[in-house]
Ligand binder design. Structure first.
Ligand code: ZN
Length: 297
């Protein structure tokens, strides 16, 4: 009798695991803005049960990586932009143009930060790319005025040091909070799907102390490792040092940390970077490469 109960329990656990949606985080671009690192610029994708549902950033080279994964543009639910620097957005026009040749008919929401004197709002940014009469690629204006197969729907995320829910639909929700990337409006995101939580720092220096709250207990924290130990000046005003990444990871205690946005100044310094992070965080740390896939359990 006891054996039967144990077997039933094991069977139900196996069935529960089998019915749980499979969530995979894939790195499309693990590099920064440089050429010569052999990497696409910042871009990530979340797969749910074999469908590519969420894009986070889409920098130069991301469209080729997207193609290599065999993801379908028609499956995307939304695009999240951490900020509007070129290395996070440059392949968006390529994605939109490619969508013309697909079966996509659902609107595609694009979220990104508010604007300031240094940067347009995300809505204005998209208009300056594609809007009829004013866009650099105004011939794609169909995707904004509603006369195309679907609409691109940009939404600005207001500055906030408090975590805000910005999206919830079809089993995916997204929380956002402002992060400090020098003078550039920037947002960190937490994507929640099937009980899993994946957090993206984007580029930031840690000064607002918001990421540690957003990443609290997350399954994965993707942190940008753009500067080495001891960085100073402009680089440290824009980016987290390994020490800062370690402090944030130590405070938030995610199950794992993936280091991405790797640059020539940090590549080759992985053991030094890891030693800095290990001062505060004992969990799993991985250095990302393009097309890496992480099964989020
Ligand atoms: Zn960047």
């Amino acid at each position: 009798m006891k054996k039967c109960l144990i077997l039933l329990l094991l069977l139900s656990l196996v069935l529960a695991a089998a019915s749980k949606p499979k969530v995979v985080l894939q790195v499309l671009g693990s590099g920064g803005p440089e050429m010569g690192d052999g990497r696409a610029s910042s871009a990530y994708m979340i797969w749910v049960d074999g469908k590519a549902r969420v894009l986070v950033d889409f920098g130069g080279g991301a469209s080729l990586r997207f193609e290599q994964t065999k993801a379908k543009i028609a499956d995307l639910d939304l695009v999240l932009l951490t900020h509007l620097h070129i290395d996070h957005t440059a392949d968006l026009p390529a994605l939109l143009k490619a969508s013309y040749f697909t079966s996509r008919t659902r609107d595609l929401p694009i979220f990104g930060p508010y604007g300031n004197r240094a940067m347009p709002t995300t809505e204005v940014f998209i208009e300056r790319l594609f809007k009829n009469d004013v866009g650099a690629w105004q011939y794609m204006g169909d995707f904004l005025d509603g006369s195309g197969a679907f609409r691109l729907v940009p939404t600005d995320i207001a500055f906030s040091k408090e975590i805000k829910r910005i999206y919830a639909n079809r089993g995916i929700s997204v929380d956002a909070v402002s992060v400090h990337h020098g003078p550039i409006p920037a947002v960190a995101y937490r994507v929640n799907v099937a009980g899993r939580h994946i957090v993206f720092s984007g580029d930031m220096n840690g000064a607002y102390h918001t990421l540690e709250h957003l990443a609290k207990g997350a399954d994965v924290l993707v942190a940008h490792n753009a500067v080495p130990k001891g960085a100073s000046g402009v680089a440290s005003q824009l980016h987290m040092t390994p020490d800062t990444i370690g402090q944030i990871a130590g405070s938030a205690a995610p199950k794992s940390v993936i280091l991405s946005h790797r640059m020539l100044r940090t590549i080759g310094k992985e053991s030094e970077t890891l030693a800095e992070i290990r001062k505060y965080y004992k969990g799993k740390v991985t250095f990302a490469d393009d097309l890496d896939r992480y099964y989020v359990r």
